[in-house]
Ligand binder design. Sequence first.
Ligand code: SF4
Length: 330
Amino acid sequence: MVSNSLIDPHGRKHNYLRISLTDHCNLRCFYCMPEEGIEFQEKSSYLTRSEIFEVAKTFVQLGVNKIRITGGEPLVRKRADEILRDLASLPIELAITTNGILLDRYLPLFKEIGLTNINVSLDSLNEEKNLLITKRDYYQKIRNNISLLLDEGITPKLNVVVMRDINQDEIIDFIELTKHSNLDVRFLEFMPFNGNKWKLEKCFSYQEILTEITNHYGDQINKLEDSFNSTSKNYKVSNYQGSFGIISSITNPFCEGCNRIRLTADGNLKNCLFSTEEFDILTPLREGSNIVPIIEDCLSNKKAVKAGIQTTDNNIETLEQNRSMISIGG
Ligand code: SF4
């Protein structure tokens, strides 16, 4: 049951909290980490293990029943295993988004705490192109770890950011992965964040992605039913084991069903991925004050669509005021 504290002025119930554990990562994807890097903060500026647990408990008492762990790369955070165990003790569905490099090391823990909702970010099936995008050479390790999950009977979701003239030519290759594997491939439209040099022309749209797919598979494409809060529009190729979806934040947003609120690693709440307005809960938390009024304030200021911000080229200045993707966690 979601309390009024988690209901925004548009009647949306926020039962899904995304917690970024860190803004550090072992990759340097150019659409996430600005080329010039980011300024890391003092250690004391980040939520500690017990503070993360305390905030999560408060949200669960208010009605949150799903928590997704993000980063940067959450598994590079020191004591990530202890934080995950803490959160797994709460009455929630626990999920994680990772770049997959450290999955083999954490798989025993995931199995122990029942964490099977795993999203892995992988933007190319071409080793060289992967190096170009991530600036690190972990492609094989990530592929092996995805196979490891499948061998364990875990169905990962693959998150693929589709960027024009970079990887839209691999859309069919990614879908072919779902032929014999129970994988869920999600194609994300390229989104603007601080320092990622976004331009609308670089965004390969939902319609363009669907056209590529329909041109190739014709009437073998079946539309799946999407849940009200779903971020992706989901499909399946006939007789293929897995499925695919398209997340169209730029050209076909899905804000009417938004149930997400975000907590950054340095203790700020964001009521929307695109919001430039943030609500500090770390300071009051450390002062021993009640954080519920701040949660309510954050949600009562939530706009209907994309924080009221146009994701267009003539709005780059405003879009650049947001954080970089690496310090939000998607
Ligand atoms: S753009 Fe903002 S309001 Fe819309 S679905 Fe994403 S987080 Fe929710």
